[in-house]
Design a protein around this ligand. Sequence first.
Ligand code: NOJ
Length: 534
Amino acid sequence: MPTGPPWWQEAVFYQIYPRSFADSDGDGVGDLAGIRAHLDDLAWLGVDALWISPFYPSPMVDFGYDISDYCDVDPLFGSLDVFDRLVEEAHALGLKVIIDWVPNHTSDRHPWFVDARSGRDSAHRHWYVWRDARADGSPPNNWAAAFDPTAPAWTLDDASGQWYLHLFESAQPDLNWDEPEVATAMDGVLRFWLDRGVDGFRADVVHCIGKDPALPDDPEAVAGIPHCALNDVPVTHERLRHIRSVLDGYPGDRVMVGEVYLLSTPAVATYYGEGDELHLAFNFPPLYAPWRERAWAECIGNTVEAFDARGAWPTWVLSNHDNPRHRSRYDRAAARAGEDEATVARRSEPRARAAAVLLLTLRGTPFLYQGDELGLLDADVPEDRRVDPGGRDGCRAPIPWDGSDTHGWPTVDGVVPWLPFPPDAGTRNHADLRRDPSSALHLYRRLIALRHGSTALALGTFEPIELPEGLLGYRRFGDGEAWVVIVNFTDRPIRVGAGPLPDRLRVALASDGIGEGGPFDGSVGADQAVVLGN
Ligand code: NOJ
């Protein structure tokens, strides 16, 4: 029996940042029961798989990416029992569930680190990376930590007189993966959740689990760039092959999606190995690309080149919990480029809608970030409510579920959600957009349905089309079907002209709904994206 492609190639993923998704108990922080309460909404949207950001016990210095117990649920979010029910209910709705795995570092409150810090001879000392100072008393090397690039990636432990490595906050000490016991403990973590039925993992900064054992200085030219964006050493690949074998030992095509935070697409592609390392990896250059057709054509071209060469399956992502939302990014860039405020406001949603068409029609697995489907902007977070050490609060604003004052977030004893809501939540919320067939929410739903209904869009070949300046176009075809996608990056309609397209195309989908269902008249509207079929 020939086997079809694995589910994660055809799936549309949806990232849930649990603190901000939905709250069930009125403490102002989202939780697992909140997710359960909205599974129907996600099934209605049509996504296939949920990636849930960390919900493990944590001191929350990095809001859960500092884990103090890998095999439990923080009471803030629920319990293992609630998690099990969530997985069961998601599965019953046909939704897969992947969870975050944070293998590079623990919390400094994790019992492993507490023990490691207790003395040079402690049992877990070697589970972390300890070094003496340099001769002049400075940190062991020049690596910069994330969040504050002026801060070294090392903290001096006064008691033992040695420094420990942390590529992120000092409360997030790096594990020493050269120590086989660390790898074995992490196998146990993976198995714990795989046995509970998760469909896979999103592996946090997984390209950092191997480090050059000599811990050499980063070159002067890049000093100040966080080391986590530079770390790229061969031993990681060996480790990934082992991790892959753990997942592949389970039935059901469990998936490992790696966060490979290297801003080079060819480098990211190497983390698929020969089909024996990561199943999928995030490729961030498109997320950082400006909203211009040349920049996007280049990102797409680089992806096709790097991934096709090794038979690797790409991913596409526009937004996540670490970066301003794409709508806000494009707005800010347009304002910087001299676009006046009124023009930015007018073009803001149309641009984000056109980007959604790209995300869901390119060749590769799309990842949506919660709230993308509502066309959300970042929240404006006043100084006194900022909480994140990395300044990422704006994109983590709570999801507005309805137009009431509390937007579907129960309030008990006057507690307000941990961050302010995004702009216009009174009208831009799930309930209101759901009632409006012309909304961004319905656009995402139609795009997902179109993709699901077409093997050519989900899995087919990609071929760029030469079009007039301002337009980006490509064909997706296979299985006897063909589609043409055209995105207009400008604020004026552009005629495609005779030649590049087949005759008698019809508009299967338009990002602004204009012309949808009718014949294609040869012109793509301002900030419009269209999917054309026969
Ligand atoms: C990447 C995660 O996405 C981010 O939120 C976190 O702060 C760092 N890794 C450290 O775990």
